[in-house]
Design a binder for this molecule. Structure first.
Ligand SMILES: *[C@@H]1O[C@H](CO)[C@@H](O)[C@H](O)[C@H]1NC(C)=O
Ligand SMILES: *[C@@H]1O[C@H](CO)[C@@H](O)[C@H](O)[C@H]1NC(C)=O
Ligand SMILES: *[C@@H]1O[C@H](CO)[C@@H](O)[C@H](O)[C@H]1NC(C)=O
Ligand SMILES: *[C@@H]1O[C@H](CO)[C@@H](O)[C@H](O)[C@H]1NC(C)=O
Length: 369
């Protein structure tokens, strides 16, 4: 019985290997864009968090070239630190360890742009800390110009940029007020000419009340006072997907979509009476989370799977759901007044997102050369 299982697994792995080879040989793009980037049947995004005594973060935030106070939990007095000692372990393989020097070699002469909201900022700052710590003595520059912040390592000819853009589609102030244009993406002009693009949007789509940053939504000639937010999100994301389809040359630019980042404001999702993430010091054990996937995840998968030019999903939602301990909570920027169960401490979970980004580049296609 055992032997038959092994044979089955071997054949499945061999079949996948042949398929990947066909993709490489025919110059086709990696097609499993929302099914989880894989090698030999290993889905990098399915696994569990393993406590590792010897594990230390790749960086000390006090040495990072840029770090928002709201993410710097140790500086803000977070007393526990075991949340820094969990390693992501995919079920069927080991995660290739992040190697900053190798990353810089692969991206020599290249420009990487992150586009999105404060969760994007979270991941962008994490990557800068990770890269800087790999070459701590190298000169770097940090420049802000026309809404794009550029971290560059001139000796390595690598730039990692961030364009803050909460919706991806355009938000324009007009006579009637702030109008969110679901079918307009003029902001995309700023995203051309990069070697790798990592997009993200969602959290601002469901804001209401004083947090809501638009007064009207508009599509074609129609103006709306409000709309089902998931429908609006799908319309906006579809506009983005069409932008990628008509503006990105996949032989020059690799596109990722940073998966929906989950929040922890409901303890029943992890079977505890707590109301939120405050006081959490350990991840959920195992691979499954009691709470459901946030509804926008299905929208993201649907839109991505209908694209002509592939955008790979960095499918971090479930693995981040398991990390109820990873948020700043009361060790964010507002201290006890705020209770941030939405962003992530740095060092922390976004380091793993970047490790997965790195592993995806190393494992698939041309290795990001
Ligand atoms: C990080 O660096 C600061 C300043 O050098 C130091 O005080 C602190 O102990 C370091 N933290 C860790 C975890 O090493
Ligand atoms: C960093 O820049 C300074 C000034 O331009 C230069 O003197 C120094 O040699 C550089 N260091 C490295 C490691 O390249
Ligand atoms: C907008 O309205 C004008 C005039 O009523 C019409 O000609 C045009 O086709 C409409 N555009 C769209 C996108 O519906
Ligand atoms: C909290 O999560 C539980 C279980 O997933 C769900 O039934 C409940 O509706 C949620 N409560 C709120 C306020 O969202």
């Amino acid at each position: 019985m055992r032997r038959i299982d092994d044979m089955g697994a071997f054949l499945a792995a061999a079949a996948l290997w042949v398929i990947s080879l066909i993709h490489l040989v025919s110059g086709e793009l990696y097609s499993s864009n929302v099914g989880g980037l894989r090698r030999s049947g290993c889905n990098l995004f399915q696994g569990s968090w393993v406590f590792d005594h010897s594990s230390v973060p790749l960086y000390n935030t006090s040495n990072c070239p840029i770090i928002d106070k709201k993410y710097d939990c140790q500086l803000n007095g977070r007393p526990d630190n075991s949340y820094l000692k969990y390693r992501w372990k995919p079920n069927a393989c080991d995660l290739t360890r992040f190697d900053g020097q190798d990353f810089l070699r692969r991206f020599k002469g290249k420009k990487i742009l992150f586009v999105g909201d404060s969760l994007t900022l979270n991941q962008w700052e994490s990557l800068i800390c990770m890269l800087h710590s790999a070459v701590p003595h190298a000169n770097y520059t940090l420049v802000r110009k026309n809404g794009i912040t550029t971290f560059a390592l001139p000796d390595y000819e690598v730039s990692v940029m961030m364009n803050r853009n909460e919706f991806l589609v355009d938000l324009v102030t007009e006579k009637i007020g702030r109008v969110l244009k679901l079918d307009s993406i003029k902001g995309g002009d700023a995203w051309k000419g990069y070697d790798m693009l990592i997009f993200n949007t969602w959290h601002w789509w469901h804001h209401t009340g004083t947090l809501q940053s638009w007064d009207y939504m508009e599509e074609g000639n129609k103006t709306y006072k409000d709309m089902d937010r998931l429908i609006a999100f799908e319309k906006g994301l579809t506009t983005w997907s069409k932008w990628v389809d008509s503006n990105v040359d996949p032989t020059k630019t690799r596109v990722f979509f940073q998966g929906i980042s989950p929040t922890h404001f409901n303890g029943s999702e992890w079977n505890e009476p707590t109301e939120n993430c405050q006081g959490q010091t350990e991840p959920v054990s195992g691979s499954t989370y009691l709470g459901v996937l946030p509804p926008p995840v299905a929208v993201v998968k649907k839109v991505l799977s209908n694209m002509l030019k592939p955008a790979d999903l960095l499918d971090v939602t479930t693995l981040s759901q398991l990390r109820k301990d990873g948020h700043p909570s009361v060790y964010g920027v507002d201290g006890k007044k705020g209770n941030d169960c939405s962003h992530w401490c740095l060092a922390g979970v976004p380091d793993t997102w970047n490790n997965l980004l790195y592993a995806s580049i190393v494992l698939t296609r041309d290795g990001g050369k």
